[in-house]
Design a binder for this molecule. Structure first.
Ligand code: GDP
Length: 386
C-alpha cells in the first residue's frame, strides 16, 4: 500500500525548476501564493475494499447470552466476554458488569495461583510445564496475566500464547494476555473480573502471571490463594535483588534452571533463601514458605513443586485461612474499586479539570502553596456535590 502510494507521487517536472536557473525569480517559493504544498495529478486507484463485499456485523450478544455461553464452557463466548470486561466503552462496561454479576454465584471454585519472576526467570517455560502437569490430572486451566506496562498493540509481554506452546493448543487451557496498559489498579481489576468469568466457565485452576519487577506483585497477591516466586541462582547475591516485601508475600520460592552445571548453585541459592525466610515471622496462614529447586526446561522436580502447592491448599483449607484470605481480598477489592471510581469521577469532571489546571499553574509559579491549592480544588468539588 505504502509503496503504491509512493509510486503515485510524481516528481516535479525538472523543467519548471531549471527554466530560469540563476535568476531565482521564478522559483516557486518566491510566489506569494506558494503554500509549500504541491499537488500532483495521481492515477485513479481501484477501490481498496471490494464494493461487493457485504459487511457482516457480529450479532450483539445480550448479557444473558454471554452468561449462558460462559456457563456452557464456550471459549469463544468467554473470550468475547473478557474483551467486553477490558473495553473502555461505557456501554460495554455496563453489559460486562451485568455478566460478572450473573457469573458470580458460579465463581470462586478454583485454585488461584500467582506466579512471578523477573524476565528470563523462566515463567513461560515453567507455566507451560506446570500447566501440563495440572491438566494431566484433569480439569481446566486458565492462564491470565497482569502487566501494566504493556499495550496489546505493541505486543503484550505476558500471556502470549506463543510462549506456552503446549498449553496454547490444549483444549482444556484458556490463555489470555494482560489487559492493555492502564493504571495498575485498572489492569488488575480487569484481570480479577476475568477470573470470575473463567471460574464460571469451569476453569478449576487459574494462573495469574506477572513480571517480578515491582508493584504488580501486590495486585496479584491480592487476588490469588498461593503466590509462587520463581528465582534464579547464579550470581551469589540472589537475595539482594529481591525486595523484602515480595519475599514476605511468597508462599513458595522455586529456584529454576537447576540443571546441568547449575544444580550446585541452585542448591546454594535455595539454602540462602531458606535462611532468609527463617528470619521472617510465621505468616498469618500458619504456613512456612518452602524453597524448592527445579528445572522447567528439563522438567525436573516438577512433582515436588506441585506437592508443595497441594500441601499448601490442604493446610489452609483445614485451618480456615483459605476462606479468611478470600474474604479479605473481597474487602480489598471493594475498597480498590471505590477508590478507583472516586478518582475517575473527580478527575473526569471538566470543571475540576479546569480549576486543577489553574491551580497547578499557580503552584508552579509559587503564587499558592500546594496545600491551599489542593483544598481549593477539593472544596470546589465537594461544594458542588457532583
Ligand atoms: P520468562 O521471561 O520469565 O517468561 O522466561 P522464559 O520462560 O522465556 O525463559 C527464558 C530463557 O530461559 C529461555 O531461553 C528458556 O529456554 C530458558 N529456560 C527456562 N527454563 C529453564 C530451565 O529450567 N533450565 C534452563 N537451562 N533454561 C531454562
Amino acid at each position: 500500500m505504502d509503496n503504491n502510494h509512493k509510486n503515485n507521487v510524481q516528481a516535479p517536472e525538472p523543467d519548471c525548476h531549471h527554466k530560469q536557473a540563476g535568476t531565482g525569480l521564478d522559483h516557486p517559493e518566491n510566489d506569494a501564493q506558494y503554500t509549500g504544498l504541491q499537488v500532483n495529478a495521481g492515477i485513479v486507484q481501484p477501490p481498496s475494499v471490494n464494493p461487493y463485499l457485504k459487511r457482516h456485523k457480529r450479532p450483539q450478544l445480550t448479557a444473558n447470552d454471554y452468561v449462558e455461553g460462559i456457563l456452557a464452557g464456550n471459549t469463544t463466548v468467554l473470550g468475547q466476554a473478557v474483551t467486553l470486561v477490558e473495553s473502555l466503552n461505557p456501554d460495554h462496561q455496563q453489559v460486562a458488569q451485568e455478566v460478572i454479576e450473573k457469573c458470580l454465584p458460579y465463581a470462586g471454585h478454583s485454585k488461584r495461583i500467582g506466579i512471578t519472576g523477573v524476565p528470563g526467570a523462566g515463567k513461560s517455560t515453567s507455566i507451560d510445564v506446570f500447566g501440563m502437569h495440572v491438566l494431566e490430572r484433569g480439569g481446566k486451566l486458565a492462564v491470565l496475566a497482569i502487566d501494566p506496562s504493556s499495550e496489546r498493540t505493541k505486543g503484550s509481554i505476558l500471556g502470549d500464547k506463543t510462549r506456552m506452546e503446549r498449553l496454547a493448543v490444549h483444549p482444556r487451557a484458556f490463555i489470555r494476555p494482560s489487559p492493555s496498559a492502564g493504571s495498575l489498579g485498572g489492569v488488575a481489576r480487569k484481570t480479577r473480573e476475568t477470573i470470575v468469568l473463567c471460574e464460571a466457565a469451569g476453569y478449576d485452576t487459574v494462573f495469574v502471571e506477572t513480571v517480578g519487577v515491582g508493584q504488580s506483585e501486590t495486585a496479584v497477591h491480592s487476588m490469588v490463594d498461593f503466590f509462587l516466586l520463581i528465582q534464579l541462582a547464579g550470581t551469589g547475591d540472589e537475595l539482594q535483588g529481591i525486595k523484602r516485601g515480595i519475599m514476605e508475600m511468597a508462599d513458595g520460592i522455586v529456584i529454576n534452571k537447576a540443571d546441568g552445571d547449575n544444580v550446585e548453585r541452585a542448591n546454594l541459592a535455595a539454602a540462602q533463601f531458606r535462611n532468609a525466610l527463617h528470619l521472617f515471622p510465621l505468616p498469618p496462614s500458619g504456613w512456612s514458605p518452602q524453597v524448592i529447586t527445579y528445572s522447567g526446561y528439563y522438567e525436573l522436580n516438577i512433582d515436588a513443586v506441585w506437592k508443595m502447592i497441594d500441601d499448601y491448599f490442604a493446610h489452609v483449607e483445614a485451618n480456615g485461612y483459605f476462606d479468611t484470605k478470600r474474604r479479605h481480598q473481597e474487602r480489598y477489592w471493594m475498597r480498590e474499586t471505590i477508590e478507583e471510581q472516586l478518582k475517575a469521577h473527580f478527575y473526569n469532571n471538566q470543571q475540576v479539570q479546569r480549576l486543577l489546571a489553574d491551580k497547578q499553574r499557580a503552584v508552579l509559579a509559587s503564587r499558592q502553596s500546594s496545600f491551599t491549592a489542593a483544598s481549593d480544588v477539593l472544596d470546589f468539588y465537594f461544594k458542588h456535590g457532583f
